[in-house]
Write a protein that binds this ligand. Structure first.
Ligand code: ADP
Ligand code: MG
Ligand code: MG
Length: 307
């Protein structure tokens, strides 16, 4: 069980005189819930997503982001309580290790790395970071592991082989995980052996994003416009993957989208409207339909009337 809590979040662009973008965002996403975050262009949706993940371009000036995790998963001594992590104190890779997933960062500059190797490296990096967070650190072991990880990053010419770290998910074991996830997502096996820089189409990138999420098994997945630019068949595939994250893995989903269309396939439990850097209105699935129908202006009017 996990709960992501965003409370009164204020943030600005991290530069001299940087513009304030978030003006007090409140939002809570728990395991097994699907939240849609909607709102007009420029309202701050992507900024919020990046700040949750720890993007250095933004500075949080007020408020908090915490992740509560069920203790029994990692330490018997804190079994019954939810352990609360202050995400703003953690590096992006530590947040990822706790189970925060933000869409695919495409490492397009890496030559000759297959999807399968990229995904295995990502999984092992997460598991390693997790161990450090939960079990305390042994500095020497850490240094050694880091050195090995560079080798594992896939720059080697024989990416399917090579030494494996102790505790790492090995090549054979990973193949099984990958196969299972790809079957869950109805994905073509040949995807996995494609190279990262081999010209994935927009739709294939999105599908890979869902595959990456499925493999990393996040507690909370933040998906920013994963539906944009997809034709209807691909939209259905991607939606199936998002639903599987919730149904099979119990993940909480924060689905950022412009369009109501994807919400026909990924049915949200909660819908939020972001306006001018705040969550201006929240409701159930019917709110998305209302927005589709009437646009955002009426929400804006409602907010100003109330103020
Ligand atoms: P959305 O995803 O809702 O369309 P964004 O979060 O991308 O909106 O952007 C919100 C506002 O913040 C926009 O006006 C955008 O120009 C501005 N903004 C976002 N990131 C930066 C940045 N790194 N530097 C300057 N302005 C930014
Ligand atoms: Mg507020
Ligand atoms: Mg955006």
């Amino acid at each position: 069980m996990a709960v992501l809590k965003i409370d009164n979040l204020h943030a600005e662009v991290a530069e001299e005189g940087g513009e304030q973008i978030l003006h007090g965002v409140d939002l809570e996403v728990a395991s097994n819930e699907i939240h849609a975050l909607m709102g007009p262009n420029g309202s701050g949706k992507s900024t919020l997503a990046k700040i949750i993940a720890g993007h250095p371009a933004y500075e949080v000036t007020d408020g908090s982001i915490t992740l509560e995790l069920d203790g029994d998963e990692f330490d018997e001594e804190i079994t019954d309580d939810l352990k609360e992590w202050d995400l703003l104190d953690l590096e992006p890779n530590e947040r990822a290790a706790l189970g925060i997933f933000l869409g695919f960062q495409y490492p397009a500059e890496i030559e000759g790395v297959t999807m399968v190797n990229f995904l295995r490296t990502a999984l092992n990096a997460k598991l390693e970071e997790r161990e450090e967070l939960f079990e305390g650190e042994d500095e020497e072991a850490e240094d050694e592991e880091e050195a090995t990880n560079e080798d594992a990053a896939g720059y080697d010419s024989s990416p399917m082989e090579g030494p494996e770290d102790e505790g790492e998910v090995g090549v054979a074991e990973f193949q099984e995980i990958l196969q299972e996830k790809m079957e869950q997502l109805d994905m073509d096996e040949k995807f996995a052996n494609r190279y990262l820089n081999a010209g994935f189409s927009g739709g294939e990138k999105k599908q890979n994003e869902v595959l990456q999420a499925a493999i990393l098994e996040p507690e909370i997945a933040v998906l920013d416009e994963i539906d944009s630019g997809l034709d209807i068949d691909r939209l259905k595939d991607v939606s199936k993957g998002i639903n599987a994250l919730r149904d099979e893995q119990n993940a909480g989903i924060l689905q950022i989208t412009h369009y109501q269309r994807v919400l026909d396939y990924v049915e949200p439990d909660h819908v939020h409207v972001m306006l001018d850097g705040e969550v201006a209105k929240s409701g159930g699935p019917e709110l998305a339909a209302e927005l589709e129908d009437k646009g955002y202006d009426w929400v804006r009017e409602e907010v100003y009337e109330a103020a």
